[in-house]
Design a protein around this ligand. Structure first.
Ligand code: EPZ
Length: 425
């Protein structure tokens, strides 16, 4: 398996182009199933998860063509003229939980779907009970057999009022997509408000869907008989942008994040400001650098517009070398501190109690051989390596490749001493 080697201590300076958001692109790919016409997506990031979703859609009968290079130039055309299958098999779903996002569109388009239950992952059990309960309210008959969700809607889906007891991003996305072709009106109460959910809603409207309340926690969708072709560009990845903002902060450098939007990162800008880090809008994106040292501050993850759980690990790496202490509380997932033992091997001083971690800043981390466990934990170890004295080797970087496009190239172009080491054949 490939690894990434970093020699720490270099201040990052330069510009980084922010790619299209993974967590927007995945539901956007799935929504091609809602029409027999062509969906054209621009700014599609080149990531392992996008390849996995493309493979799944191919098995379902979607014709996919891809042109352009990575970055803003990549354009993907998807056409589900007819469906070859309505089954999302275990071997693909287990690679990527977001495969669950084909459940709602398949039910809406074909009145049936058989999707493997996605297993848990390193950060938690990741149940999909809320997706299933909501689809049942839309009239789907769902049974769980042999590890599969078997769903049928012989008379088609029918609009209903859906109230989510907790905010679920892909749950909101699955129901929103299904409701676009349901008979009548669907209201989603306590809907997720993440920019990726908003981006999906905008694409669905471009395809002819009727959705009101976009960006709020109450969505009203009026079903249509069919959706049509559309062109849409994937929103920039706020999590990638937040990650690179912390790379600038941890190396005491200065980075301009091209394409990043302050409106998607207000809560992150606020906690970085408390820590002494400035994040200012420029004509092309956001400029990030230390203003007043690097100071410990408390962080609690919340659904959008709060501090995203997907930046918790990265923030913890930053706080490891801050002046003073920081209490970091994870409220979304039950096991999202897998980066803690690896950071401690680099000299971090962290104590975990239940869902909170007390981080006492240390003057310097030391490089070490560390192991990635999940996507965001991996990148937090890379951030720590950028600041650490000596060499850090990050193993199992397939986790990284799922969510970060050309990470080592983007960082090296800004002065990081970082390289990908190919595994011996
Ligand atoms: C999405 O996952 C993202 N993935 C995650 O990003 C992100 O961390 C998460 O939202 C929270 O923002 C994609 O968009 C592809 P949830 P999702 O449903 O939708 C519980 C990354 O690193 N829950 O919002 O699966 C759940 O256990 C990934 O890019 C149920 O109990 O997350 C969690 O505690 C990691 N039952 C909470 O809700 C359900 O049916 C929020 O989960 C669904 C969720």
């Amino acid at each position: 398996m490939d690894s990434i080697r970093i020699i720490g201590g270099k201040q990052l300076k330069g510009r980084i182009h922010i790619s299209g958001a993974k967590n927007a692109a995945l539901p956007l790919l799935a929504c091609c199933l809602l029409t027999d016409e062509t969906l054209t997506l621009g700014n599609v990031p080149h990531l392992a998860d996008i390849i996995t979703m493309s493979n799944l859609l191919g098995k379902l009968g979607v014709d996919i063509s891809l042109n352009g290079t990575s970055g803003a130039g990549r354009v993907m055309e998807l056409k589900a003229a007819t469906l070859a299958s309505t089954t999302a098999p275990y071997d693909l779903v287990r690679q990527m939980r977001a495969s669950i996002l084909v459940l709602g569109p398949l039910l809406a388009r074909a009145n049936e779907a058989k999707v493997s239950l996605p297993g848990g992952c390193a950060i938690g059990s990741r149940p999909v009970d809320l997706h299933i309960a909501a689809l049942q309210k839309l009239g789907a008959v769902i049974t769980l057999d042999n590890g599969y969700i078997n769903a049928h809607a012989p008379n088609g889906l029918k609009g209903a009022e859906i109230t989510f007891p907790m905010v679920t991003v892909t749950g909101t996305e699955n129901i929103m997509m299904a409701a676009t072709l349901a008979k009548g009106e669907t209201t989603i109460v306590n809907a997720a408000r993440e920019p990726e959910v908003v981006d999906l809603a905008h694409c669905l409207v471009a395809m002819g869907a009727q959705i009101e309340g976009i960006g709020s926690d109450r969505l009203r969708i009026t079903g249509k008989d069919k959706l049509h072709a559309a062109k849409h560009s994937v929103v920039p990845d706020r999590i990638e942008a937040g990650t690179f903002a912390m790379a600038a902060a941890i190396t005491d450098g200065e980075l301009e994040l091209i394409g990043a939007k302050m409106e998607h990162l207000n809560s992150v800008a606020a906690i970085l400001a408390e820590a002494g880090i400035g994040m200012a809008e420029t004509a092309e994106g956001l400029m990030v650098r230390r203003i007043d040292g690097l100071n410990g501050t408390d962080v609690m993850t919340e659904p959008y517009p709060g501090v995203p759980t997907d930046l918790q690990a990265q923030m913890m790496a930053l706080m490891c070398v801050a002046n003073g202490a920081s209490m970091i509380t994870e409220t979304i997932f039950e096991n999202r501190f897998m980066h803690v033992p690896e950071l401690k091997r680099m000299g971090a001083n962290i104590t975990v109690h239940d869902s909170s971690a007390l981080v006492r800043g240390v003057p310097l981390l030391t490089g070490a051989e560390v192991m990635a466990t999940d996507l965001r934990a991996s990148v937090s170890l890379a951030l720590a390596g950028l600041a650490a004295r000596g060499e850090t080797t990050l193993n199992r970087i397939y986790h990284l490749d799922r969510g970060y496009e050309r990470l080592e190239e983007k960082l090296a172009a800004c002065g990081a001493d970082i390289e990908r080491v190919k595994a011996a054949a």
